[in-house]
Design a protein around this ligand. Structure first.
Ligand SMILES: *Cc1c(COP(=O)(O)O)cnc(C)c1O
Length: 448
């Protein structure tokens, strides 16, 4: 157990899964006992293991077990765990200025992040940003800004969407039960419209857009809506890629009706899908974009970026907070952007798809319980449907997840029915690691 990642970080690049204790191992079990006594039961524990070190796509637990990490801290570690440039940028910044509160005394990294976001988000127009701490806070701020800009109150979202766990964003989530149960009353003025999901309803983009728009026009009234908040690829909903033309039709409808179109790219943004932001795949230029998870290379930071006139709608002091865009997190974002350029990480995300998609399609051929393989770039998923009943097979997703854990692969479930496995690996994951993980899923399905 001396062969740890901390002693030889780069040696873990390309490493295989390695399980040397029962799962969870003795040290993880010890920590879990302490956790149960000290940590609120409201914080869930997907895996019973505790992390000690991580590098690139490998996470090592406190018992020395090595896992191929398909979760990346839920799509945060896009550029890889403990990327050397991010670690260096964070260490340099922390000893220069750790905190001032940007509104009290400014600093360059905050401005650099806003410049980089303006440069790399879709849309050839003047853009501005505000930096905050979490994805949910970014979504909250996008709604605030859109309300102030339009003078309207109502917020539209889509079925199977996910936007966070604050009061407003809980109200915006589709899967309210069980996540929001008992926490009410939740914010009002939120309207859930049907989405586009070719696998689930077979509607074309035009048909699905007509259904969404008709619902909002009849139920709410276009003139009442401040913003429509949409994930270009629904994350928690199960990597639902909308039909061609759907998002474009929604953007056109928003613009014809004075509605601010907000693209929630907290999960799909920052190189995840082989472009900086997934909106690019659909040829749309959102008015506002929220980003968080992948932008900080593991440091907590989030942003709302968009049209300068909309972003300037708030009076001074209306946006911000104590820690928003703190210098250390901002320095990490600057390093992430430069790493994406320097190491061609957009192309790496496309390579992940090129290796993983055919492997998943081959798996589907062998195991017909896999009803769909979908996603873009390093954001792919498989959906399990019972071949006899046609019902979502959450038990299969769970069984494969557990088998994979025991054999050294961390995989997250997703979807309103929990019957989807989603793959959000760091884009620096090697082809060998991808194929090793798929082989373990193959064994898991064969063992069912
Ligand atoms: C994770 C997520 C959020 C919430 O982000 P937090 O940082 O957890 O608050 C919002 N929107 C989407 C699309 C997400 O995936």
């Amino acid at each position: 157990m001396t062969d740890t990642l901390s002693q030889a970080p780069s040696s873990a690049t390309g490493a295989s899964a390695r399980i040397i204790t029962e799962i969870p191992g003795p040290r993880s079990r010890e920590l879990h006992e302490r956790r149960v006594k000290a940590v609120s039961a409201g914080v869930s524990a997907t895996f019973p293991i505790y992390a000690a070190h991580a590098h690139d796509a490998i996470l090592e637990d406190v018992d020395g077990n090595r896992f191929i990490d398909f979760t990346g801290g839920i799509g945060v570690m896009t550029i890889g765990h403990t990327n050397e440039a991010v670690v260096q940028a964070v260490s340099d910044q922390v000893s220069k200025v750790t905190h001032t509160l940007f509104a009290v005394a400014g600093y360059e990294p905050y401005i650099q992040v806003c410049e980089l976001l303006a440069q790399h988000t879709p849309g050839n127009f003047a853009k501005k940003s505000v930096l905050v701490n979490s994805g949910a806070e970014a979504v909250e701020n996008a709604v605030k800004i859109a309300r102030k800009f339009t003078g309207r109150t109502e917020v539209a979202v889509l079925h199977h969407g996910y936007h966070g766990r604050t009061n407003l964003t809980s109200a915006m989530n589709y899967n309210m039960h069980p996540y929001g149960t008992g926490f009410g009353p939740l914010a009002g003025s939120v309207h859930h419209a049907p989405n586009s999901s070719p696998f689930h309803n077979g509607l074309s983009g035009a048909q699905a857009a007509e259904r969404t728009i008709t619902y909002l026009e009849k139920r709410v009234g276009a003139s009442q809506i401040a913003c429509l908040v949409v994930e270009p690829i629904q994350g928690e909903g199960g990597f639902i890629v909308p039909a061609e033309g759907y998002l474009q039709a929604l953007v056109e409808w928003c613009h014809a009706n004075g509605i601010v179109y907000v693209s929630d790219e907290v999960q799909s943004g920052m190189a995840r899908t082989g472009t900086y932001f997934a909106s690019e795949h659909f040829g749309i230029e959102p008015d506002l974009i929220t980003s968080a998870k992948g932008i900080g290379g593991g440091m907590p930071i989030a942003a709302v970026t968009g049209r300068a006139d909309i972003m300037d709608a708030s009076h001074p002091g209306g946006l911000g907070g104590t820690f928003g865009g703190n210098p250390v997190s901002s320095a990490a974002v600057v390093a992430v952007f430069s790493q994406v350029e320097k190491h061609g990480l957009l192309a790496e995300a496309r390579r992940v798809e090129k290796t993983l998609r055919p492997a998943l399609l081959a798996l589907q051929k062998k195991h017909p319980v896999i009803a769909d393989v979908r996603g873009i770039g390093a954001m792919l998923a498989i959906e399990f449907v019972d071949t006899v009943s046609g019902k979502p097979a959450a038990d299969v997703a769970k069984a494969v997840q557990t088998y994979a854990l025991d054999h050294g692969v961390l995989i997250l479930t997703a979807g309103t029915f929990g019957n989807i496995l989603r793959f959000l690996p760091p884009v620096v994951i090697t082809d060998d690691q991808l194929l090793e993980a798929v082989a373990i899923m193959d064994d898991a399905l064969a063992a069912l």
